[in-house]
Ligand binder design. Structure first.
Ligand code: KIV
Ligand code: NA
Length: 276
């Protein structure tokens, strides 16, 4: 658990150790991330883009979030699970925010929820925290507001910096236990990190945050097409996958797969699958 000071795997935890967070949307991916030792798994509403092929996160529903959170929760042995509240599941009122957060905890088996916004959403955060649900904030480039920003653009340049600092402070004051800083200049991220007593988790926010988060498909090099500047590809699994699919296609067409080693014997003891 985050903030408990102890770790189930027995590794030492120094106060300066950074928080490593990644997104996941299904059981298979979450199991791999958990096995690798990530601290926090986020079922982000980025699933709209990564899983559903949408161009923004706006259409994602609370039911869809709960479904994916449930699948991810079954995979986690040690990592903390945070679920995103999607667009219009919390903005309407503090009461709506509490109900939606509760649904992600109950139906999605989350251990905390994340929501976007600053001062305007602080009362909502406060009310969620008051019922015993840990909250992660998210300020800077908040993708649910992409149309208000006029695109996925860096935030907090020049005059905008004070507003983002005020937002982060408001969310901490409201009781959030961590705050994601997305797509802001590194200097501003460093100032916010110094000003807050809770950890900051950066994405496109430079090296001075208390932790980092990346989208799993970016990190693994599974994404095709445009990728943000901050999304370092730690592998090129997409290319490996295309190669593997292509090998399969050619072996099926060439009749070289399957062979005896992938086939059952007539007197075999067990059926592969129940008969249909
Ligand atoms: O939805 C998401 O993946 C996120 C992270 C990028 C912070 O909110
Ligand atoms: Na998100």
């Amino acid at each position: 658990s985050i903030g408990s000071g102890g770790r189930s795997d027995g590794r030492s935890e120094s106060p300066s150790e950074k928080i490593a967070m990644v997104t996941a949307y299904d059981y298979t991916m979450a199991r791999l991330a958990d096995e690798a030792g990530v601290d926090m798994v986020l079922v982000g509403d980025s699933l709209g883009m990564v899983v559903q092929g949408l161009s923004t996160t706006i259409p994602v529903t609370l039911d869809e979030m709960a479904y994916h959170c449930r699948a991810v929760a079954r995979a986690l042995g040690r990592a903390h699970l945070t679920g995103d509240l999607p667009f219009m599941s919390y903005q309407v009122s503090p009461a709506q925010a509490v109900e939606s957060a509760g649904k992600l905890m109950k139906e999605g088996a989350c251990e905390s929820i994340k929501l976007e916004g600053g001062e305007e959403i602080a009362e909502h955060v406060h009310r969620i925290v008051r019922v015993g649900i840990p909250v992660v904030g998210h300020v800077g480039l908040t993708p649910q507001s992409v149309h208000a920003f006029g695109g996925f653009k860096v935030q907090g340049k020049g005059d905008g910096a004070d507003k983002i600092m005020a937002d982060a402070l408001a969310i901490e004051q409201a009781g959030a236990f961590a705050v994601v800083l997305e797509a802001i200049p590194p200097d501003l991220a460093a100032e916010i990190t110094a000003a807050l007593s809770v950890p900051t988790i950066g994405i496109g926010a430079g090296p001075d945050c208390d932790g980092q988060v990346l989208v799993c498909s970016d990190l693994l090099g599974l994404s095709r097409g445009h990728q943000p500047k901050f999304a370092k590809r730690f592998a090129e699994l997409g290319n490996l996958a295309v190669d593997a699919f292509a090998s399969y296609v050619s072996e099926v067409r060439g009749g070289t797969f399957p062979t005896a080693s992938h086939s059952y014997k007539a007197n075999g003891a067990k059926a592969a699958r129940p008969a249909t």
